[in-house]
Design a protein around this ligand. Sequence first.
Ligand SMILES: Cc1cc2nc3c(=O)[nH]c(=O)nc-3n(C[C@H](O)[C@H](O)[C@H](O)COP(=O)(O)OP(=O)(O)OC[C@H]3O[C@@H](n4cnc5c(N)ncnc54)[C@H](O)[C@@H]3O)c2cc1C
Length: 137
Amino acid sequence: MDAVRRVLNQYLKLSSVLFVCFLLHKMVRYKGADRPRHTYDFVVVGGGTTGAVIAARLSEVPSVSVLLIEAGGEPSVLSDVPMLSTLQFNGASDWQYKTSPDGASCLGMVGGRCSWHRGKVIGGTSVINAMIYNRGA
Ligand SMILES: Cc1cc2nc3c(=O)[nH]c(=O)nc-3n(C[C@H](O)[C@H](O)[C@H](O)COP(=O)(O)OP(=O)(O)OC[C@H]3O[C@@H](n4cnc5c(N)ncnc54)[C@H](O)[C@@H]3O)c2cc1C
């Protein structure tokens, strides 16, 4: 019991630290952001795991202008806490796709359809995947 309490304590401490980091990050995030232009050298559609990396790498070239377009909004604070991000399933940061019934899979689900979670948010699916290891593109 003591061990469980200790682990929970550590988890709460870590969550609090992450939450404070998130607030600080929010406060400085948009400083220095460019105003929108009429033309860009590169337009990257989808600010997910891959798109964000591609746009960031392209923007390292000072002579090049880059526009990153994302269908979703800002990530919820839940995404900064490991495992809590799963609470975002079927929420605003999820495209809320369902599989089509095929008579062979998802038979225990309503209508034979499984949820197929994909991130609709800046950061894409990596925002709702519980901070599980992701290799950059
Ligand atoms: C629960 C869960 C656990 C996972 N665990 C792991 C794991 O352990 N290890 C691992 O490697 N991977 C894991 N994954 C998979 C991993 O998260 C995804 O493969 C990866 O994030 C996909 O990256 P992506 O860039 O291809 O797509 P995404 O990150 O989904 O990015 C696509 C982006 O494009 C945007 N978009 C789509 N259409 C448009 C449009 N028309 N206009 C503008 N924007 C648009 C979307 O909103 C989204 O932000 C997991 C996924 C889930 C759901």
